[in-house]
Design a protein. Structure first.
Length: 246
């Protein structure tokens, strides 16, 4: 018979019971999850790339952002896009060729700027910068020009649009300067305009030759405005120099 004043047997350690083990695992999982969340909060901004894209068919821009592993092109989330107000003057938009909703050309977007890949150096920015040019009244220059020279504008903008769709952005500023300074007969405008474009494209091809093997190809080249000389040759074939008016 045991004494009433005898020592009380020690209770089993909480950690050795099934309930204690379960609580320990839960605490471990919560700690790991908290660590991952903290790491994500600090690392996610480093993985984010933001920028803008340009539609050469509609002369519109849109914003995008995506998340990828720094130093690589590996995305771990889809690309998110949002529309932006279209600042292209209506006098220009009305002369652009329209494409049906099922036309794949409507899905073409070229890189305009990106905070981690060249900033504003993408070729499409040459056209967008020209479109945003203002006159002394602080109005869009080419919008006012198009309203004043409607015959020239109806010829010019579909051609500029076609050049943009084929990544011929580098020639566009010179083509616009030609149109701005043109003072010949209106009937000869298309002839002189396309003659100038053919010359400018051929001059650049002669100067730079074919792109090197380190230049992006395929969809990446198309997105970033890298010239495909076969595509340029096809453009010239599709847009021959018309005969001069008699």
């Amino acid at each position: 018979m045991s004494s009433a004043n005898g020592p009380t047997p020690p209770k089993p350690s909480q950690g050795t019971t099934p309930q204690g083990k379960k609580k320990g695992r839960l605490a471990l999982y919560l700690g790991i999850l908290a660590g991952l969340l903290v790491s994500l909060i600090f690392l996610l901004p480093l993985c984010r790339t933001t920028g803008q894209e340009f539609s050469p068919t509609r002369f519109q821009t849109r914003q995008f952002y995506l998340y990828r592993i720094p130093g690589t092109d590996l995305q771990f989330l889809p690309t998110f896009q949002s529309s932006m107000p279209n600042d292209t003057p209506a006098a220009i938009l009305k002369d652009l060729r329209t494409y049906g909703s099922n036309d794949s050309s409507n899905d073409t977007w070229h890189m305009l700027k990106a905070d981690s890949r060249g900033g504003d150096s993408f070729p499409a920015n040459l056209l967008v910068t020209s479109l945003m040019r203002c006159n002394v009244e602080n109005q869009p220059y080419w919008g006012a020009w198009s309203s004043k020279h409607q015959g020239y504008a109806a010829t010019l903008w579909p051609i500029i649009q076609a050049m943009a769709m084929s990544n011929l952005y580098h020639e566009i500023p010179e083509v616009l300067r030609f149109a701005e300074a043109y003072s010949g007969p209106e009937n000869d405008f298309a002839h002189e305009l396309l003659k100038t474009i053919h010359e400018k494209i051929q001059q650049r091809k002669d100067r730079y030759g074919l792109a090197g093997s380190d230049i992006p190809t395929g969809k990446q080249a198309e997105s970033e405005g890298i010239v495909d000389w076969e595509q340029a040759a096809q453009w010239l074939k599709d847009h021959p120099i018309p005969a001069k008016s008699p």
